[in-house]
Design a protein around this ligand. Structure first.
Ligand SMILES: Cc1cc2nc3c(=O)[nH]c(=O)nc-3n(C[C@H](O)[C@H](O)[C@H](O)COP(=O)(O)O)c2cc1C
Ligand SMILES: C=C(O[C@@H]1CC(C(=O)O)=C[C@@H](OP(=O)(O)O)[C@H]1O)C(=O)O
Length: 365
């Protein structure tokens, strides 16, 4: 099992949900980067479990303890490594998962892949908890990007059937709006949908069920000319990280699947010079990326997040101890919906993708 990602920046993650700790190490980060630790803690808190009735009740502080690569407020150039302690595990919730495979979870494939040696408690290294180290790394990457006036935000595009307006429908999305979104549990362009979305999550919870949704992520201030054709395109770099996040099942850039219903005359984003002489496009159906390379318009993508698998209803499954079909009822502490907690994760992995691509442009920086 490799926990290492990146071509230029190297990020490694470690730990299991019910082990002593989880964490991340970031290699090749430039030395001398001033880190705002409060900003890192704020990002961690956005993702942390136990924050409201919309999330799992497991409570973790998720305060990363930096043990390498940081001195007097700045990165030293050595690998920047942080540990996040697990303090609120309840492994007895998982005793039946040794033999009863949860439908929709990683129990069965994980057991086959690791010959039953994998830590099944709290889903081990498969757990959504391992996104906490990614948020630490992403919060650091966002600070590097923000020094270059590149900002990443996201909003809830939908929960179940309740929809927000899209990024493309907005006349202008300001930096202030992006920053305000980071203070909201359900950031929305159309705030009137918030109650309906909360109700959908709470109703699913009451029904001993769960619900999914879509997150739309956008990057403001991304200059033209970053990325590559083919394998290291901006889309493929972001996609690899998006699909590393547990529970993601779909991804589309720009107008995505809707672009298939447009003629070329509609989907072509026409160029113009703005009042400052900057080249822009009148529409942005290609989501800021053409030929795998940014063209100076916002990067926009949407991620489909499934409903969490662990629900307290009777479900049919197999008992691998008896070799018989069996019935499972999951008890424990679970998210009724992952969407509210995954926004900072998706922003973080976007930051990691962009810093990796930017550090790789040898003629720049
Ligand atoms: C932040 C976060 C929280 C999650 N919480 C839960 C949860 O409480 N219960 C659950 O069954 N799955 C939860 N998941 C999803 C599972 O970890 C995921 O479905 C599982 O590892 C299988 O991976 P896959 O769905 O990508 O195939 C969460 C995922 C994330 C990113
Ligand atoms: C602890 C977190 O969320 C966990 C993600 C998760 C899963 O299967 O992904 C299952 C639950 O784990 P546990 O049964 O140990 O409470 C969630 O609480 C976290 O994200 O930090």
């Amino acid at each position: 099992m490799s926990g290492v990602w990146g071509n230029n920046l190297k990020v490694s993650i470690f730990g299991e949900s019910h082990g002593p700790a989880i964490g991340a190490s970031i290699h090749n980060l430039p030395a001398g980067l001033e880190l705002d630790q409060d900003a890192i803690l704020k990002e961690m808190a956005r993702r942390a479990p136990g924050s409201s009735d919309l999330t799992t009740p497991r409570k973790e502080k998720d305060q990363p303890e930096i043990i390498s690569g940081f001195l007097d407020g700045k990165t030293t150039g050595a690998p920047l490594t942080a540990i996040i302690w697990n303090t609120n595990t309840r492994s007895k919730d998982y005793s039946q998962m040794k033999k009863l495979m949860r439908p929709g979870q990683a129990d069965y494939p994980g057991k086959i892949r690791y010959q039953g040696y994998n830590d099944y408690r709290g889903s081990g290294h498969f757990s959504g908890r391992i996104t906490a180290p990614l948020v630490f790394a992403g919060a650091v990457a966002q600070q590097w990007l923000e020094q270059r006036d590149i900002y990443i935000g996201s909003h809830v595009q939908s929960i179940g059937d309740i929809k927000d307006q899209t990024f493309q429908e907005q006349e202008d999305v300001t930096l202030k709006q992006l920053q305000n979104f980071k203070n909201e549990q359900l950031p929305l362009f159309d705030g009137s949908q918030e109650k309906a979305m909360k109700d959908v999550i709470l109703q699913a919870k009451e029904d001993k069920d769960s619900v999914g949704g879509i997150v739309e992520t956008f990057v403001l201030g991304m200059p033209a000319g970053y990325g590559n054709p083919f394998f290291d395109s901006v889309e493929s770099t972001i996609a690899q990280l998006v699909f590393s996040v547990p529970a993601t099942k779909g991804l589309e850039f720009g107008s995505g699947f809707d672009i298939t219903r447009m003629r070329g005359s509609e989907s072509n984003d026409e160029y113009y010079y703005d009042e400052e002489g900057k080249i822009k496009t009148r529409s942005n159906h290609n989501g800021g990326i053409l030929g795998g390379i940014t063209y100076g318009m916002p990067i926009v993508f949407r991620t489909a997040i499934k409903a969490p698998a662990s629900i307290e209803q009777k479900q049919k499954t197999v008992n691998i101890e008896t070799g018989q079909e069996d019935v499972l009822e999951v008890f424990g502490r679970h998210d009724p919906c992952i969407v509210p907690r995954v926004l900072p994760v998706l922003e973080s992995i976007t930051a990691l993708a962009l810093i990796d691509l930017m550090l790789g442009r040898e003629d720049d920086l």
